[in-house]
Design a protein around this ligand. Sequence first.
Ligand code: T5A
Length: 263
Amino acid sequence: MGRHRGLTVAPRQSPDRPASSFDWRGMAAGWRDWISEPDVITANPLPNAWRLITLEGGEGVGKSTVLHHVSELLATANAAEVVLTREPGGTRVGEALREILLGKGQHAGGQVADATELLLLFAARAQHMAEVIQPALARGAFVLCDRFTDSTYAYQGAAGSSALEHIRDLESRFVGIHPGLTLLLDAPIEVGRQRLAARGDAPDRIEEKADTFFERVRAGFLARAQADPGRIKVINAARDPAEVRWQVQRTVLEYLAGHRISP
Ligand code: T5A
């Protein structure tokens, strides 16, 4: 049973202890080992994980717009199947958790503690992995996901109160893979705010936070891009739509060419 390679989580069993004996002391020791073991994703365990492409960035920078553009590019490149999805969400359970997380509908005005927020995000992500992402990658599809684990590092980690090691731990236990390519749409906070205001939607529970929070989110994303430039490509999202489209197209086509796919 792969402890870090999927969603199956089980305490380690000591080799000299028969599985059938009910041994609380041994079981507790097993859990202690498991909990303290360092977890770092060093390589993608799924051969098709490179087909997971994510869109990241602050509020209203244009991720959904770019997602559809990337999908068209993949279609042009004759990619067999493209699954468009988002986080939090992407499954029935995940969309229900999204309502709670963003304070929508009956959850409007509700309190969500920081620890609850982190765990709900990973609960939604675990469901997303099991129900959508892993099966799609296994059958050779591309998965385009609007936000993924980098958002958690930026929002709950860099800008929020969650410790980095807690996020890493949850990621390695319940996600187990990195996207092959992440397009980080970067723009000043006010650019995203103006775009959302022009759209006229009421702000959700997270969008209501102060600009200083979103400055930390932006810095968190950029720090991750700096640490992993091979995977995370920064797109200047403050430019006009045609320019953003061009930057995205160049980046995605280069990535596909690296995997021997060309339009
Ligand atoms: N969250 C999520 C966490 O805190 N932790 C996590 O781990 C995860 C996964 C999700 C919220 O959850 C948080 C972060 C978020 O607060 P969301 O719906 O993904 O919510 O968040 P938003 O970023 O707010 O998504 P939006 O759909 O509102 O914005 P997009 O997708 O970035 O922007 P888009 O494409 O809808 O564009 C916005 C408007 O701008 C225009 C578009 O036409 C649209 O009207 N536009 C442009 N205008 C001018 N120039 C351009 N280049 C433009 N590009 C788009």
